[in-house]
Design a protein around this ligand. Structure first.
Ligand code: NDP
Length: 260
């Protein structure tokens, strides 16, 4: 039976084993898909061991996406651009890296929610790995305005500089937020994991603006409450999680097992 897995730390919260098992069952594919607690500082060794022991590919979650990028011998264009990898497969005997976070986010927001980013004013909260993974895809959709606010300003500035060649994006100070009316507020922070409240000013959105949280489950409660207090429509990151997993299922090469 072909062997797949997801590496992360922590990993017990990961829904990837459940989702990939569901996809496989529905396609009549037999596979194993485990959740592996990676050791910080030993990811490369453990990942290579998994492949050596017959693993056909694996997904990568926090905090190993950049190390997975370094591990990959060849990379997809979007993995190169984002500098982060969430899917490792074997291609022609080489370790290949892909990133499906951005495509998963866009598919959820466009196809499932029906929100078109083109010509819209976007505020992205957070400048971590998830922000890095989705920013190029947001820019490809040609928003009218894209601002990033992050607690640590330098990290947001770094991201703005990184993607300047793709499209226009700027850092915004929290004190300047009220100068804008954003159509969508995207939360890519992990503040909700510790159930911290959102302290944001008012009046930087319209009545019909929407809130999208990359987090899901209990981690989305803080931003959900903020959206509710401000009477804004709220979506959590479950749709993105499923869409990125579906793309990843293809890139892992699992489907090839139908013919093998
Ligand atoms: P990172 O650790 O890379 O980044 C965390 C970000 O959150 C940083 O910008 C950090 O700011 C900010 N932050 C953390 N705590 C607070 C706080 N108390 N107040 C304000 N800002 C805070 O995490 P990721 O980017 O990888 O993940 C972020 C979230 O996105 C997670 O909840 C994750 O589960 C979710 N996610 C969902 C996916 C999906 O498919 N739905 C896919 C990928 C991620 P600073 O720079 O100042 O530290």
């Amino acid at each position: 039976m072909k062997k797949y897995a997801v590496f992360g730390n922590p990993i017990e919260h990961s829904m990837s084993p459940l989702i990939h098992a569901y996809f496989a069952e529905n396609l009549g594919i037999k596979l194993t898909y485990d959740a592996i607690l990676g050791t910080v500082g030993k990811f490369e060794l453990e990942a290579k061991n998994f492949l050596k022991m017959g693993g056909k590919g694996f997904n990568v979650t926090l905090p190993f996406k950049q190390e997975a990028y370094n591990l990959a011998e060849t990379k997809s264009e979007i993995a190169e651009i984002t500098g982060s990898v969430n899917t490792i497969s074997l291609k022609d005997g080489l370790i290949h890296g892909d990133n499906t976070d951005g495509s998963g986010f866009i598919k959820d927001i466009k196809n499932n929610i029906g929100f078109d980013i083109e010509n819209k004013k976007i505020l992205l909260l957070g400048a971590g790995g998830a922000a890095m993974g989705i920013l190029p895809n947001i820019l490809y959709e040609r928003p009218l305005e894209l601002k990033i606010y992050n607690r640590t300003r330098e990290k947001a500035e770094k991201l703005c500089n990184k993607f300047l060649d793709i499209g226009k994006l700027d850092y915004v100070e929290i004190s300047d937020l009220e100068k804008y009316k954003f159509d969508i507020i995207i939360n890519s922070t992990s503040a909700g994991i510790s159930n911290e409240d959102f302290y944001l000013p008012k009046k930087f959105f319209n009545n019909d603006s929407i809130c999208y949280d990359l987090s899901y489950g209990a981690a989305s409660n803080s931003f959900r409450s903020w959206a509710k207090q401000n009477k804004l429509i709220f979506y959590d990151g479950i749709g993105m999680l499923l869409e990125q997993a579906a793309d990843s299922f293809l890139y892992l090469g699992v489907k090839k097992t139908i013919n093998n």
